[in-house]
Design a protein around this ligand. Structure first.
Ligand SMILES: [Mn+2]
Length: 305
């Protein structure tokens, strides 16, 4: 009897949570310190859709990372330092973007009120705006660390638009622009009226990750920071599976070092957005996204230790 119970299961894990973290359908009262939420929303895309399938693709790819106990180069196991749970994908009424806005703001507000931190897996980049609103209500205006090919500050967008969130964030006072920085930009924006510091992709590729980290740390300082990571900040060679790829972006190595370089700062939230599996090859984009998200969790864990 006991031998039977102790024997390992002959069945592989069926459900794929992010990193095989415990699943929870009650994240507010769970003991998790960080809650992973999938936000399968892509109604705000200007071009190719498909990011609604991003969260599950990232979860599936993360299985490739779940075998490593003491993750290199951190040298400790995440679950020894940080309790993380995956609450699945946020529901909303399809075809009704406002229901996503309402549900996401409520979800984030409840979790922050319970002392949790969030890792959101998109979905298109629009999902950042409701999440940022709830975070700003909790923390006050946040430092924004924004990795992207695009500034997403376009003022002439539609109501639900994945290219205008940071225009609205400034208008609504959600971010402290003096402490905010955009990295990897390589598309046009209004340089005469732009409140964020910009490290464009050419500068990043010329100066390297150490210089990028130095500039981020100088800009953000002690402020609570919101890390919004659009996977198209990376070059399409490293992240082809996205709706609006732009040549000349960051390497995955640079992106990993950028996130590791946030250790000691106070990055209170991360969203990882715009993974669109239909354009991916060999899961390269999903795997990179999963790795970047995991590195963020390690930053939180290292800060706690
Ligand atoms: Mn983008």
């Amino acid at each position: 009897m006991s031998q039977q119970q102790d024997a390992p299961s002959i069945y592989a894990t069926l459900a794929s949570t992010f990193m095989q973290f415990p699943a929870t359908d009650d994240p507010v009262s769970s003991d998790a310190e960080v809650v992973v939420t999938g936000v399968p929303f892509d109604l705000a895309c200007s071009g190719r859709s498909g990011t609604r399938l991003g969260p599950n693709a990232i979860r599936l790819a993360s299985a490739n990372l779940a075998w490593e106990g003491e993750r290199w180069p951190w040298g400790f196991a995440l679950d020894e330092a940080l309790k993380v749970a995956d609450c699945g994908n946020l529901g909303f009424r399809y075809g009704e973007p406002q229901s996503l806005v309402d549900n996401l703001e409520t979800h984030v507000e409840r979790l922050l009120g319970a002392g949790k931190r969030l890792l959101n897996l998109g979905g298109d980049h629009f999902i950042t705006l409701p999440s940022l609103r709830a975070h700003a209500r909790h923390f006050g205006p946040l430092a924004l660390i924004h990795v992207d090919a695009h500034t997403d500050t376009y003022s002439g967008g539609t109501r639900y638009d994945h290219g205008s969130m940071f225009h609205h964030a400034v208008q609504e006072g959600l971010v402290d622009t003096d402490r905010s920085i955009q990295v990897g930009i390589r598309t046009t924006y209004d340089r005469d009226d732009h409140p964020f510091e910009v490290l464009d992709a050419a500068w990043v590729n010329e100066h390297g990750p150490a210089a990028v980290v130095e500039r981020i740390r100088a800009r953000v300082g002690e402020a609570p920071a919101y890390l919004s990571f659009d996977i198209d900040g990376l070059d399409p060679a490293y992240a082809p599976g996205t709706g609006t790829p732009v040549s000349g972006g960051l390497t995955s190595d640079c992106a990993l070092k950028l996130i590791r370089g946030l250790q000691g700062l106070d990055p209170v939230a991360m969203d990882l957005v715009e993974v669109s599996p239909a354009y991916d090859h060999a899961e390269v984009t999903s795997l990179t996204a999963a790795t970047l998200a995991l590195e963020y969790l390690y930053v939180l864990a290292a800060n706690k230790r």
